[in-house]
Design a protein around this ligand. Structure first.
Ligand code: GAP
Length: 476
């Protein structure tokens, strides 16, 4: 049973130290969230799983970590300055700022043209119900900043942006990576990092925020490769990876983005959607994008290169100092590699993982307990060491020594801040796969009780075998 809605996870996340509203002492900052002690571990475990899967387990992918603030020209030639817009609409009545493409337009069709529907008063403000809305106008989502101590607020030569995608840092480093690592296509470059978008309507917890983290990979292939088929292959691989992270296949849905809605660089995009809104009655409203897999053609490498020309023979990029083409030794051909891009969000993956891991179980006393059935590899804490009597120094000493001995092998915590039932319940709720209890008998037989989070079954294990025992069970 996954979480019934996002609010259940918001409450659990705050109560148990996964995610807190940011800047709370000053009343918060719309849609910004801080990751607490358990949240940062969960995010790190998701990122590690992705990095291991792509960079370590495969032979054809390298990793990089590029700057967040890049030369402004990167965003000029990537097309973001001109096209990275959302359609902005204002409600004249309540002054809400709204995204035109997210408005509920069930009433009337007017040929599907949102501007026309607004003019004909067929669209309501979701906040106050007024139909007095402005016409949509483009709003560029890149966050602006200025570079240098002496920079004037509006000095165009000092203008820079916080990156809205990590992908461009990969494209501009294509040749650096290809030549230093002596790579032949097909090969990929992976990157994890923060991206920033001045979203008009952020919301739904960590689903849509203005600062978020991406896990992107650009896979460079020949212009003759079967690009559309490769998109499908990467979709399959990602669906498989998500299910290995614990997501139920029934909560994933594939959506081929219609041509009219494709990003300016894409010839085809398939979004993997997750059921973030199971509480909504109409199934088509339950889904939101978890990630997208796009065929970006050779658009980006070409745009950042100094050689390509337009129909009139003029260089399309007179500012670039390099040509990001590739020489294929086997065929003695030079070309701009084409790109398949799987682009995933860390935060949306974490939210989906939390929702799918959520479950409830009733104990013998009829009390309902929350159990977070996280895959062990993702659990923030792998084992909690609990003394049965905290007023017995020998038991406490033994429990603390066990915690210290496990720490180099796996993430363990010691806790004596409640009765054993309460301690078990707390660990179940944060997804700790194993609780290790030290009791009076442990002092005699040098053994402890290992309790399984999901079954609540217990078994006795020798302290000398404990690390190996837990390692095996975590791996299995
Ligand atoms: N380089 C391509 C690209 O950035 P995208 O679909 O705009 O594609 C990729 O973003 C992923 O980044 C999304 O599928 C989502 O997981 C995540 N993402 C995008 N905007 C986000 C936001 N405002 N808040 C949280 N995650 C976001």
């Amino acid at each position: 049973m996954p979480a019934p809605n996002i609010e259940t996870i918001v409450s659990l996340a705050k109560r148990r130290g996964f995610v807190f509203p940011s800047s709370e002492v000053y009343g918060g900052l719309g849609s910004a969230w801080d990751y607490g002690p358990l949240g940062v571990e969960l995010c790190n475990n998701v990122k590690q799983s992705w990095w291991r899967w792509l960079v370590y387990e495969r032979d054809d992918i390298e990793g990089i970590d590029s700057s967040i603030i890049l030369n402004r020209l990167v965003w000029k030639y990537s097309g973001h300055e001109e096209t990275f817009h959302d359609p902005l609409v204002d409600c004249r009545e309540c002054k809400s700022r709204l995204r035109a493409d997210k408005l509920d337009v069930t009433a009337g069709t007017a040929g599907g043209d949102i501007a026309e529907m607004i003019r004909q008063k067929q669209v309501k403000c979701p906040n106050c119900g007024s139909k007095d809305l402005t016409e949509p106008r483009p709003f560029n989502m890149m966050f602006r900043t200025t570079i240098g101590a002496a920079a004037e607020e509006d000095d165009p030569t000092a203008l820079a942006y916080l990156r809205p995608e990590t992908a461009q840092g990969i494209f501009i480093n294509f040749l650096n990576v290809q030549t230093t690592m002596r790579r032949k296509i097909p090969f990929g470059i992976a990157q994890i990092g923060k991206s920033f978008r001045n979203e008009i309507t952020p919301g739904n917890f960590i689903l849509r925020t203005r600062e978020f983290e991406q896990m992107e990979m650009e896979y460079f292939v020949s212009p003759d490769a079967e690009h559309l088929k490769l998109v499908d292959e990467w979709v399959d691989q990602y669906v498989d990876w998500f299910t290995r992270l614990g997501l139920d296949r029934a909560n994933l849905h594939l959506w081929d983005v219609p041509v009219a809605e494709l990003a300016h660089y894409s010839k085809r995009t398939v979004d993997i959607m997750y059921r973030y809104f199971p509480e909504r009655a109409e199934e088509e409203r339950q889904w939101e994008e978890l990630m997208g897999i796009a065929y970006r053609t050779d658009f980006d490498l070409r745009s950042h290169s100094n050689k390509p020309t337009d129909e009139e023979g003029k260089r399309i990029n007179p500012d670039s100092t390099e040509d990001l083409s590739y020489f294929d030794e086997a065929n003695k051909q030079r070309f701009y590699p084409h790109v398949i891009e799987p682009a995933a969000g860390v935060n949306r993956t974490v939210l989906a993982v939390l929702m799918d891991a959520y479950s409830e179980k009733t104990n013998d006393k009829g009390e309902t307990r929350v159990i977070l059935k996280l895959r062990p590899q993702l659990a923030p804490i792998k084992a909690a060491i609990l003394p049965l009597a905290k007023n017995k120094p020998e038991i406490v000493g033994m429990a603390k020594a066990i915690k210290r001995s496990l720490q180099p092998v796996l993430r363990a915590v010691y806790d004596d801040t409640g009765g054993i039932g309460k301690l078990y319940a707390r660990q179940d709720e944060i997804g700790t796969p194993f609780c290790v209890t030290v009791d009076h008998q442990s002092l005699e037989d040098e053994a402890v009780t290992v309790r399984d989070r999901d079954t609540w079954e217990q078994e006795r294990v020798k302290v000398s075998d404990l690390a190996e025992h837990l390692k095996n069970r975590l791996a299995g």
